[in-house]
Design a protein around this ligand. Structure first.
Ligand SMILES: [Zn+2]
Ligand SMILES: [Zn+2]
Length: 69
């Protein structure tokens, strides 16, 4: 019996879903099965969605990580 391979984590999975964006096969831990998006594409979408919010908090983040001088 051949198990499908998740293209995101490279592990054998009981079931893989094909990403609607990049057509990668991903397991249920490597993406959003409901939206048919692999982890990479989910992250991309989330980032775009939160971009305006992220901008406001950005100074906080930059302050925490010391700048390489
Ligand atoms: Zn996986
Ligand atoms: Zn994808």
């Amino acid at each position: 019996m051949t198990m499908p391979i998740c293209e995101i984590c490279g592990m054998e999975a009981i079931k893989v879903t094909e990403c609607s964006q990049c057509e990668s096969k991903f397991c249920d831990e490597c993406g959003d099965l409901k939206r048919n998006l692999c982890y990479d594409c989910v992250g991309w979408e989330d980032e775009a969605d939160n971009e305006s919010d992220d901008d406001v908090d950005d100074w906080n983040d930059g302050w925490d990580s010391s700048e390489p001088n």
